[in-house]
Design a protein around this ligand. Structure first.
Ligand SMILES: [Zn+2]
Ligand SMILES: [Zn+2]
Length: 460
């Protein structure tokens, strides 16, 4: 079997691994490149393989860096099935429609710029029409069920990263009666987080491709996030202000709602404030969570109340409703996208509130360098946004322990569960420096490792 990583090789985003066996050719993930301008430009390059020659696609989960180029694949001629877990199958149309909307808006903006320079306009990466075609090609594989296509058998296991996330087990018949097993970890979650189950331990495999996002770091879990969250809620309420929480729409928002509803149940002095979920995307994704209780861990299943539908929660879908929340005086708790304040409704809330010391801005996710969120978190006293100069007077706080990824120790623990060490552990989905540090660490624990290079095949 031959595996060629066309993305998430030497860097994190753009996950796409081409697998070629005797009679099958398929890809695991078809993700968008994200981050710098140079990375973004890669999305517009042709695929390094012919989309019409791909037999099928397996999608590990709904994050855009794992599924965001599916509609481009379809636009360029792919016609096979797209296999994924039931919850991911429900997420894909929502995530891809949102992405298509962003693509179309970006292209409009880019083409105005090109027109002014006398340049040719650019076609969008894909449109809603491509998303509709893609949606029709999705087929479900349940967790822990095997499916065989030619000499390849596929099984998905819960990766505990976001709802519906999968580890992919591949069993390939070699023709001489032997079988080679290869495992793709997908993105692996943290253990003991709210709602979803822990990542599944795999007991054996000849080869493993493992994500390495935090291969060189350990999460700081010294301060329980629930307590810290409650402190910020009480402090902001005492000031009479709004608690603004920029938030990723998939998983983090639902974790927050879950934790907020828990606090409301458990804490008699939880202040009487409304909680606004001001993100149409997050509202739609929350519906997918409600539809898939089979993905919950025991604790979440044991809850008799409705963690995503509790008194005091107000979901604001329309722009008018959102504007009313903008203009409203505190106290209130407002959850809005985007998670790094680069777009979305949170920017309107910042415009109406970041200059007011009554308010608190609470970060619960990673803030990439260069993003507005990072600039504010790094202590900017003034920011420029939407053509305005705004002074930062709100309290700026963060909770660091929220993360959807396993850290170094969790990744190593997961690998240690293999009864026999795999022949090779391939390290993907990490920055180059992280991959090298992680690789050295694994070598010390007796693992044979390899770091695939984008576009260069490896053989298993
Ligand atoms: Zn992910
Ligand atoms: Zn990822």
């Amino acid at each position: 079997m031959q595996v060629t990583s066309h993305g998430a090789a030497g860097f994190v985003t753009g996950s796409c691994h081409l697998v070629e066996t005797e009679s099958s050719r398929f890809i695991i993930d078809c993700g968008m490149y994200q981050g710098s301008k140079a990375m973004n430009r890669l999305n517009y390059e042709p695929f390094d393989f012919a989309p019409q020659d791909i037999d099928f696609v397996i999608i590990t989960h709904g994050h855009i860096d794992h599924c965001g180029l599916l509609p481009k694949l379809v636009r360029r001629g792919f016609r096979g099935p797209i296999y994924t877990s039931p919850a991911t199958a429900d997420l894909l149309p929502i995530m891809l429609a949102d992405s298509a909307y962003i693509q179309e808006k970006d292209t409009e903006h880019e083409n105005r710029r090109r027109l002014r320079k006398g340049q040719e306009p650019r076609a969008p990466l894909y449109t809603m029409n491509d998303v509709d075609k893609t949606t029709e090609m999705i087929q479900i594989i349940d967790y822990n069920h095997s499916m065989t296509i030619n000499e390849v058998t596929i099984r998905l296991r819960d990766a505990g990263h976001v709802i519906g996330s999968s580890i992919v087990e591949l069993f390939v018949e070699n023709g001489d009666g032997t079988e080679t097993k290869t495992v793709f970890s997908g993105d692996l979650g943290q253990w003991d987080v709210p709602i979803i189950k822990d990542p599944t331990y795999i007991w054996n495999s000849d080869y493993v491709f493992i994500e390495s996002t935090y291969g060189d770091r350990v999460h700081d879990t010294t301060r329980p996030r629930k307590e810290t969250l409650f402190e910020h809620i009480k402090n902001t309420y005492q000031k009479g202000g709004k608690l603004l929480i920029p938030c990723f729409a998939l998983e983090r928002t639902q974790e927050l709602l879950y934790t907020l509803s828990e606090l409301k149940n458990e804490e008699p002095d939880f202040p009487p404030v409304d909680i606004f979920l001001d993100s149409p995307l997050a509202i739609k994704i929350t519906e997918v969570f409600k539809k898939h209780p089979e993905t919950y861990d025991e604790e979440a299943r044991a809850r008799t109340d409705k963690p995503f539908d509790f008194p005091g929660l107000v979901c604001t879908t329309s722009v008018e409703e959102s504007r009313r929340v903008n203009k409203m005086d505190g106290p209130a708790i407002i959850i809005a996208g985007s998670g790094m304040c680069t777009a979305g409704r949170i920017r309107h809330h910042l415009k109406h509130g970041i200059w007011d010391p009554k308010n608190t801005l609470l970060f619960v996710g990673y803030q990439a360098p260069g993003t507005l969120g990072r600039i504010i978190l790094d202590g900017a006293e003034e920011i420029k946004m939407m053509g305005l100069d705004l002074v930062v007077k709100a309290d700026i706080v963060r909770i660091g322990s929220f993360s959807a990824h396993a850290d170094r120790d969790e990744l190593i623990n997961w690998l240690m569960a293999f009864k026999e060490k795999p022949k090779t552990v391939f390290l993907i989905h990490g920055e180059q420096a992280t991959l090298e540090t992680f690789s050295a660490n694994l070598n010390n624990s007796g693992f044979n490792t390899s770091i695939p290079v984008k576009g260069i095949p490896v053989f298993t």
